[in-house]
Design a protein around this ligand. Sequence first.
Ligand code: ADP
Length: 488
Amino acid sequence: MEDSLKILFATAEVAPLISTGGLADVAAALPKALHHAGHDVRLILPFYQNLPRLPESCRRGMCLAHLGTHTAYGCLWETTLPDTDIPLYLVEHENYFGRPAPYGDGNHEYEDNAERFCFFSHAALDGIAGIGWRPDVVHCHDWPTAPIPLSLKSTFAHHPFWEGVPSLYTIHNLAYQGRYGAEKMANTGFGPELFSPQCLEYHGDMNLMKGAIVSADQISTVSPRYAREIQTLGYGEGLDGILRNRRDDLRGILNGADYTLWNPATDPHIPANYDREDLAGKATCKRAFQKKLGLPKADVPLFGIVSRLVWQKGIDLVMESVLKLPEGVAQIVVLGTGDRDIEKALKHLETQRPKDVRVLLDFNVPVAHQLQAACDFFLMPSRYEPCGLSQFYSFAYGSIPIVRRSGGLADTVADCNPVNLKRGLANGLSFVPLTSYSLSRRMLQAVALYDDKPAFERVQATGMALDFSWGRSCDAYIKLYRECTKVA
Ligand code: ADP
């Protein structure tokens, strides 16, 4: 075996400690897979207010960040990722992270987010240097840790500890770029010379993700198709040109599923366990869920959604499509939180279709598992989807995904078209035009499929046989880390 690598994983979220979506799942599962493969991987995360408090013995010392206008001091703590012996460092700063949520309240992000995450990024490098564990590569994720690749190439470029340490920057969602008014530059710790079109400047604003894209040694995103899409005008969110400039260093590596958490045969959250040999437990889960939500115990397909309720996810299309369906032919359950207007509109839909629709405005992991187990079809009509994780869980739980064919959904869901059906590849339903007409047609097709039990079971079994475990993706990341160390 080649030498084991030392990898510092810098992230703003990690499950089960703090999560707003897929990044948290990846930030837990990939390090576990790397650790399992024999690598020394360690995580660093802000010490948010709602994380469990630690005993004094876990305090490792001070860390600081020069933020232009002032120097901010934090404290570095060391613990382990829950249920593992993977080291987890936490950067504490009461003023920046002693708040109820990681990024903001309700629909508004905290107005000092640029400063908060620049502090985290610089202080993380300072703190890790302080403990003397020098990684071979720093793996950063999305806009909150975007300052790190730029720091390594600027502030820390000639630092005795960090000089020559490369970074890999992974884009989990290109839409959230950390774009702020130019006046915010003053508190980032980056000098004004970096506010240039070649670096942080973007149409007069400061763009943290752009800074990472131009300075990371390698860039990845979370599916091969999304890696291609983001280089186009339609999906590039204004950064397509910059990404095209770095196309030789840009890879798409599909996320995986953590089957230790998402396995219907062992899932502790669901009322009855089952597997692909014996699906009796799935029927029990459906009945129990219908009962819990006061839905009629009808033999109609149950469509599930577990999602952030944001524009990206196409929930508006679902709402329009549901109204196009005849009453009583299907049940729809939505679990999610997010945009207040979408939440309100969903609640309104529930009052319009009281026998068919239930809306649970909550972030609740056990209920997410129960819904995956209970439903027959799982809806993901995303406008864009970098990878998507829920379709992996749907496959495992025997819920047939209905998706818009984009990003990772296009890479993983094979539509029930005649060719795929004939080849035994069909595992879901997909559509392209972003219209409620396309989605409602697919939902009606799903109702018909549900009534054709042998066909339904074939498609369901094809999905359940798929294996998206992290092993393969982990190997691809290891290869990429090694490339980073070669070019740095
Ligand atoms: P994104 O990262 O864009 O939010 P993904 O499909 O990649 O979307 O990941 C979503 C993850 O977040 C899944 O693990 C899903 O189960 C979880 N999730 C989303 N909303 C909720 C919720 N309301 N309650 C529990 N889990 C949720």
